[in-house]
Design a protein around this ligand. Structure first.
Ligand code: RIB
Ligand code: CA
Length: 341
């Protein structure tokens, strides 16, 4: 082999080694994460799940929004989840008290007047962080390293939409946005075609969709395949700690409405699927599709129109997750709840 060819081979080997080392180091670094949420029964399960996973998720903050219940209660419930997880190091910022344009709607019929069914609530020791969640998003994302921070959106997308409207340049700080929301194959849960988070603020979802951020949706199509069962709730109960007792009591109360309405053998834990996706994406599958949100008044208000077969031949703007490993989800959730007190 010529000297030149030998040198080229050594250089290539060095480059490959460096890229492998870089990739390995990248995997070791926890994901920088902001969780935007409207707790909410399944939100609290998602928060406990995420707060119990500090090796993979560096939670910068929890930002709250009105949705399942009013903002004062979603904010109190986020602080409760933080307290139960022993993670008062994570600040909670309260955000938008109502949607961008539409009249507010709530889901106290599902989540209870306090937004947390099946358990007693109390006033958590630690309060809210100073300042509004929208300003926190603008300040944090504006100063962030390029494309470094992930947003998990577990409720109406009002906070992020307001931040994007006021400071569009914050997209440069966003790595990706992972949303629990929408419905296509499954049909809706608040109307025959619309899922609650989108129905509660479709204009906000449009602002986020049109911002061009990397966007993944976990819709009812997948959350309605990742269902509780008596065995799965026993699996969690067997952990026999405070967190597992809270989750079992919350879920036992929360899933009744969906089980009755859909005639299902168990209920979905919608928001926790977003956290499972961030921790173990291989549990899920989907495809890049073109999607639009209907924000016109009328029977399809809040519907997500998902072009699953590429009929419109428009460029994909979201990754749409439509399948998940249900037992794998509950095994992962259980393993993380076991870490809590
Ligand atoms: O449709 C389910 C979604 O709406 C979940 O995020 C639930 O918490 C409610 O916000
Ligand atoms: Ca929610």
């Amino acid at each position: 082999m010529s000297v030149l060819a030998g040198k080229a081979k050594r250089l290539l080997r060095g480059v490959l080694l460096m890229s492998a080392l870089t990739a390995a180091m990248a995997q070791a670094a926890p994901r920088e994460l902001i969780i935007d949420t409207d707790p909410g029964a399944d939100d609290v399960v998602a928060l406990l799940f995420a707060l119990a996973s500090p090796e993979e998720l560096k939670i910068r903050a929890i930002t709250t929004v009105a949705g399942n219940v009013r903002l004062d209660k979603t904010s109190r419930n986020a602080r409760l989840a933080r307290e139960w997880a022993g993670r008062e190091d994570v600040p909670v910022y309260a955000g938008a008290p109502k949607p961008l344009l539409r009249m507010p709607i709530y889901a106290a019929n599902i989540h209870g007047e306090e937004g947390l069914p099946g358990i007693k609530v109390h006033e958590p020791k630690q309060g809210l962080a100073q300042g509004n969640a929208v300003q926190y998003l603008i300040d944090t994302l504006s100063k962030a390293e390029p494309h470094s921070i992930t947003l998990a959106m577990l409720g109406p997308q009002t906070n992020l939409a307001l931040a994007l409207i006021q400071a569009p340049e914050i997209v440069n700080g966003i790595k990706e946005v992972v949303v629990m929301g929408g419905a296509h194959f499954n049909g809706g849960n608040i109307t025959p075609v619309a899922e609650f988070n989108l129905f509660a603020d479709p204009q906000a979802a449009e602002v986020v969709l049109n911002s061009g951020v990397k966007l993944t949706y976990l819709p009812l199509d997948v959350t309605h395949k990742v269902l509780t069962s008596e065995a799965r709730l026993r699996q969690i109960a067997a952990l026999n700690n405070q967190a597992s007792r809270l989750v079992v009591d919350i879920l036992n109360a929360y899933v009744q409405a969906d089980m009755k309405h859909y005639g299902l053998p168990g209920g979905p834990v919608h928001d926790a699927s977003v956290i499972a996706y961030l921790l173990k994406p291989q549990l899920f599958s989907g495809r890049a599709v073109y999607m639009a949100v209907d924000s016109r008044e009328g029977p399809t208000f809040g519907q997500t129109i998902t072009d699953w077969y590429g009929t419109l031949e428009k460029p994909a703007n979201v990754t749409w997750i439509e399948n998940g490993d249900a037992q794998g989800f509950f095994d992962l959730l259980s393993s993380r709840l076991a870490r809590l007190k």
